[in-house]
Design a protein around this ligand. Sequence first.
Ligand SMILES: *Cc1c(COP(=O)(O)O)cnc(C)c1O
Length: 393
Amino acid sequence: MSHQSFHPPLRTLMGPGPSDVNPRVLEAMSRPTIGHLDPMFVALMDDMKVLLRYAFQTDYDLAMPVSAPGSAGMETCFVNLVEPGDTVLVCQNGVFGGRMKENVERCGATAVMVEDEWGKPVDPNKVEEALKANPDIRLVAFVHAETSTGAISDAKTLAEIAHRHDCLIIADCVTSLGGSPLKVSEWGLDAVYSGTQKCLSCTPGLSPVTFSPAAIERIQNRKSKVQSWFMDLNLVLGYWGGGAKRAYHHTAPINALYGLHESLVILEEEGIENACQRHQHNHSALRAGIEAMGLSFVVDEACRLPQLNSVTIPDGVDEAAVRSRLLNEYNLEIGAGLGPLAGKIWRIGLMGFASNQTNVLLCLGALDAVLTDMKAPIKSGVAVEAAMKVFAS
Ligand SMILES: *Cc1c(COP(=O)(O)O)cnc(C)c1O
């Protein structure tokens, strides 16, 4: 036997997630493991709740990380708020709305779908119409920042419509948290889940969530037990809920939580508004370079995410070959298209710690070099300069 330790290469992660992890987060994660009921750890959990309320811009009591990735945060929202026989309105304008439908159906409920073209935001008028046509619906779900396309939807308006029709609203904020303005309690979002590996630039594997008092009340008044023991918030809250009588539910991923705590401290240091501005500024520079090359964006500027850039692939280019050359020659990861956009777009992430000038210029320079070498129909040698002009302005 001669197995060896795994030493990953140092990549630049500019795909749809995970994003580059801040070295401060990795350092925090390597600190000594202590017991999950140790008073020092309990104090860390309490501090984490305060930091999460800031990140989510929420005054809801319940803000905590689910001990599993973003997909488990999604499932936590659905299994707690959906009961067998319910009808739920699900908005779909990309991959993740499809997963919401799966969740609804696996809870024994029916999903009424409001569908929009991939690359477009959720259309609030269609949501209004669907709720008028289905007065028995009590829950609406949508994706705030669709990572599969790069489109952002109007969370505030969607929440207003849902509440006017006596519905609670679930929002997927996995990619928006820390990169785009998100005001959970002001907008009245009732159940929100996110992830650690997108704009928070922590390692993957945790899902911050926050629930409104109305959502908690609905969970406490369920007719049936939550189908998942692990995700049943009535039980999880015995551990995360606070108070002196904190009870064992599961062993928290101690060191992963050190990492999340550090990434939230970093977000607080920078300030959310500044973080959003930084994402916007780096997007503008990337856009200048991409457009100078003669490539274009899939999503209209008015609803385009700065942290996830869907870029069209020039004619006749083997897009997978480009991505593998970027990875092998430049240690640079960008994302492929999904679903109807597979083979048609690249997804360039500028998320969290990865959203910086160095990465914008690396990506444009590397893309320019590879496409030029492949004799792709682009304008060569101009992208970096176009981006530099934005940085200098
Ligand atoms: C990444 C992502 C998820 C899933 O998160 P995981 O941590 O991969 O489970 C869910 N929704 C959106 C919008 C995402 O971008």
